[in-house]
Design a binder for this molecule. Structure first.
Ligand SMILES: [Zn+2]
Length: 217
């Protein structure tokens, strides 16, 4: 009979697979500290770290659960925090493959992490900020979003239909920021689709120029 123990597994969201998958527990560590509250009792706080590896794509991540002896958990402990943060929308392959400018990669990463936490207002604000960066990088600061979009359209960088959709996205971002509007998950996904398309178009344009410059006449 084999003496090797069966690896412990848990179900957890995997960023690589884009869904909940079975993960093997690779390592566990914990920390516990006591603080004297007063003469009669002491408070204990602790953290449990678990390093897990997806049984499908083999991506490794770490989850941390913090606890305090004074908390009333009613069965469940505090929700775990993941490193790196879990994302529910998969990052497009071109974002890393085509060496996207780091500004876009960083901002989009944050938007995807925000989506996973279902923080739709923050995701919308992030999307609006990315559109602002696209405008500034491609046609320069035009003083307002609307003028920036006009300039993108004048330079044939976007179509009239694109402009209308983007304007709707910007309005949704503004409503999220100033009027507490809670966008639906569908609204947010449409906006992120548009943002990804704008960023990809900019990257492809740079690639096309590179290709033209290196192709012998
Ligand atoms: Zn996976």
């Amino acid at each position: 009979m084999s003496t090797a123990s069966k690896p412990q597994t848990i179900w957890s969201h995997c960023n690589g697979c884009g869904q909940e998958t079975k993960h093997e527990i690779v390592h566990k560590a914990s920390r516990r500290r006591s603080f004297d509250d007063d003469q009669y009792s002491s408070v204990e706080v602790g953290s449990e770290w678990t390093i897990v590896q997806c049984c499908g794509c083999e991506e490794v991540s770490m989850r941390r659960v913090d606890w305090c002896s004074e908390d009333d958990y009613q069965g469940d402990l505090n929700p775990p925090t993941f490193f790196p943060a879990r994302v529910s929308r998969r990052k497009p392959v071109w974002l890393t493959r085509e060496h996207a400018p780091s500004t876009y990669v960083g901002m989009l990463d944050e938007v995807y992490a925000t989506l996973h936490a279902d923080s739709r207002r923050l995701a919308m604000m992030g999307a609006r900020a990315i559109i602002d960066v696209v405008i500034t990088r491609t046609v320069g600061d035009q003083g307002s979003f609307s003028k920036g979009l006009d300039e993108l359209k004048n330079k044939d960088l976007i179509s009239k239909r694109d402009r209308d959709i983007i304007e709707a996205a910007v309005n949704a971002g503004s409503a999220a920021m100033h009027r507490g509007h809670q966008p639906t998950a569908d609204d947010v996904n449409v906006v992120i689709d548009i943002v990804e398309r704008m960023v990809h178009a900019e990257i492809l344009e740079a690639k096309a120029k590179e290709l033209a410059a290196t192709t012998p006449p």
